[in-house]
Design a protein. Structure first.
Length: 366
């Protein structure tokens, strides 16, 4: 077996590639070292054949530039990108220590009200800034949310949330354009067949109804996806369960989820926020990420004084994960691990038994 030609290569004259981390539909992710600063970074390298598609290259530069300008403390930062003389396209992101929300749900859900509001408020802060910049995430899910836990200078536990993969789905759009017209998303009806589902970009269990029907998503589509994440944090299950991708997509369009309190006791106001975010019509959801964040925070007003969140009560003992500021395959602006769920996170194996809802559907999925 031949050695990976990128190992030990220096990219852009400053990033020394040290090890392979993962790969997917769009390329591979490596751990690298920025030599001048002696800093570890994650570097995403696009598939070679993509570099020959000049429209893709132009899209790559636009999306990378937009992602790099976000600069929000709750999103994975893109620090550099470019094209080598031999056509190699690369994207450099921060390399952070953390674990995915998916892993945390498997270990700890249902979450306390305070933890739920804290985590999702940070996600919504990142979304608010991205939406202001015209960037819609399009594939929010627990795998794309990293939890970084540490201590402040007084020894108090802290938690920072990082959202991964801003800009990825937009990149995948250009690949989807190459799918034959008979498989394009706009041709997907509410009873999709397997091939038509394959042309939809996103993860079925968290996908908004409009995305499931092939319509262009907007900021409110992200809020629907986050509503599905909230539902899972409260109940340890997604709003819908299905045995096939087609069934899951159809349920997103036609079915109404049961109140999360059916599965597990939750604060009525928190359940109300969840159900509003999961409204079928975008007009019935929260108008913005900031509005949803305000409603979430309002649920804490009647929380008894002195109530402690999970992070205050106990320091977690699970093995630390390494969340990568890069995503393999279908991702592109920072991540944790999925390999077509491409969020790359080197951590202890995620909880077993996750159902179909963890499947990402995108062109080229194996």
């Amino acid at each position: 077996m031949s050695q990976d030609p990128l190992l030990h290569r220096t990219i852009a004259g400053k990033y020394l590639v040290e090890s392979f981390l993962g790969g997917g539909a769009m390329g591979a992710v490596y751990r690298a070292r920025q030599v001048a600063l002696d800093r570890v970074v994650a570097i995403k390298v696009m598939r070679g054949e993509l570099a020959t598609d000049r429209s893709f290259v132009a899209r790559f530069h636009r999306e990378a530039l937009a992602a790099s300008r976000l600069g929000h403390p709750n999103s994975i930062n893109v620090s550099d990108f470019g094209e080598e003389p031999d056509g190699l396209l690369y994207l450099v992101m921060e390399y952070v220590a953390g674990r995915t929300l998916e892993y945390a749900i498997g270990m700890e859900a249902p979450f306390s009200q305070q933890d739920t509001v804290d985590i999702l408020s940070q996600v919504l802060s990142a979304l608010a800034v991205a939406h202001d910049a015209g960037i819609v995430h399009r594939d929010l899910k627990p795998e794309n949310i990293l939890l970084l836990e540490g201590m402040d200078d007084e020894g108090n536990p802290t938690r920072t949330v990082k959202v991964c993969d801003f800009g990825i789905a937009s990149m995948m759009d250009s690949l989807a354009a190459e799918v034959p017209s008979t498989l394009q998303p706009q041709n997907v009806d509410v009873r999709p067949n397997l091939t038509s589902v394959g042309a939809i970009l996103g993860t079925p269990a968290y996908m908004s109804p409009e995305q499931a029907q092939g319509h262009k998503p907007d900021a409110r589509s992200d809020l629907y996806s986050l509503g599905a994440v909230l539902y899972e944090m409260l109940t340890r299950r997604t709003p819908f369960e299905a045995t096939t991708q087609e069934e899951m997509v159809m349920k997103q369009v036609t079915a109404t989820p049961v109140d999360p309190r059916t599965h597990f006791p939750a604060h009525p106001a928190l359940a109300s926020v969840c159900m509003r975010a999961l409204a079928k019509s975008p007009d019935s959801r929260f108008p913005s990420a900031r509005a949803m964040r305000a409603e979430l925070r309002a649920t804490l007003q009647d929380l008894p004084l002195g109530t402690l969140s999970t992070i205050d009560r106990v320091r977690r003992t699970q093995p630390a994960a390494v969340g990568l500021g890069a995503a393999a395959g279908g991702d592109f602006a920072g991540s944790g691990v999925t390999a077509n769920q491409e969020t790359l996170v080197a951590l202890a194996p995620p909880p077993s038994g996750r159902p179909l809802h963890a499947t990402t559907v995108s062109p080229g999925s194996a």
